[in-house]
Design a protein around this ligand. Structure first.
Ligand SMILES: [Zn+2]
Ligand SMILES: [Zn+2]
Length: 214
């Protein structure tokens, strides 16, 4: 039985927060919690989930601002890639840039590495290092689904003008780590609607065949 994926669309930037659950053990991973952490907590409690992980794809405010509140309510080890630490430490400078309220974030309990298998009950998520939007951005794959956060969106790509961003690196991450996956791989981004590897490889105006980059 594959992981169950529950989805919430939260906050002013339409962030997608996912709660991934092993259907046998109820062990769960919360993937990115920025705005409206109370709704994540309600979901976890209503469905009687056991949160083992709080996984951050990257340390932009809109992906980590709610992590401490979620952790204090339902637990979970906070994990992200070590290259995100400068952004995590600057979370309230990010808040000031966008006029969001200041927050505290949890202590990092685990540093993710490329190719690592993150155990969720009897299932696994594969960590895929996908820098470019931010220096330590990490996507997660389970079967034919990739939670790709802010690397690539349906018809767009993550911005690279924020500190630590690089368009060249972003393009390489997409071409070498995502477009090498089967065409029917589902991509679930950090904002906006889902898509597939095949659709973006063909039609994405920034990095697809339509952009003439490959
Ligand atoms: Zn971001
Ligand atoms: Zn984002």
């Amino acid at each position: 039985m594959p992981l169950e994926s529950r989805h919430l669309k939260l906050g002013p930037l339409d962030n997608n927060t996912y709660v991934l659950t092993c259907p046998v053990t109820r062990q769960s991973a919360v993937l990115d919690a920025g705005f409206e952490p109370q709704r994540v907590i309600e979901l976890v409690q209503r469905e009687h989930l056991e949160v083992g992980w709080l996984l951050a794809t990257h340390a932009h405010y809109d992906h980590v601002a709610g992590m401490l509140e979620v952790q204090q309510a339902v637990g979970g080890v906070f994990a992200l890639h070590a290259a995100e630490l400068p952004l995590l430490e600057a979370v309230n400078e990010q808040a000031d840039m966008f006029d969001f309220p200041h927050v505290d974030v949890p202590a990092v309990g685990h540093y993710l590495t490329d190719g690592e298998r993150v155990r969720v009950g009897e299932q696994e998520l594969e960590a895929i290092f996908t820098p470019g939007h931010s220096p330590g951005h990490t996507a997660f794959r389970h079967g034919g689904t990739v939670w790709c956060a802010d690397v690539i969106f349906n018809g767009s790509v993550g911005r690279t003008d924020l500190p630590g961003g690089s368009f060249e690196t972003l393009v390489r991450s997409i071409h070498e780590r995502l477009f090498t996956l089967p065409d029917d791989t589902r991509l679930l981004p950090g904002h906006g609607p889902s898509t597939t590897v095949g659709a973006e490889r063909r039609n994405n105006p920034f990095v697809g065949e339509a952009a003439g980059l490959r």
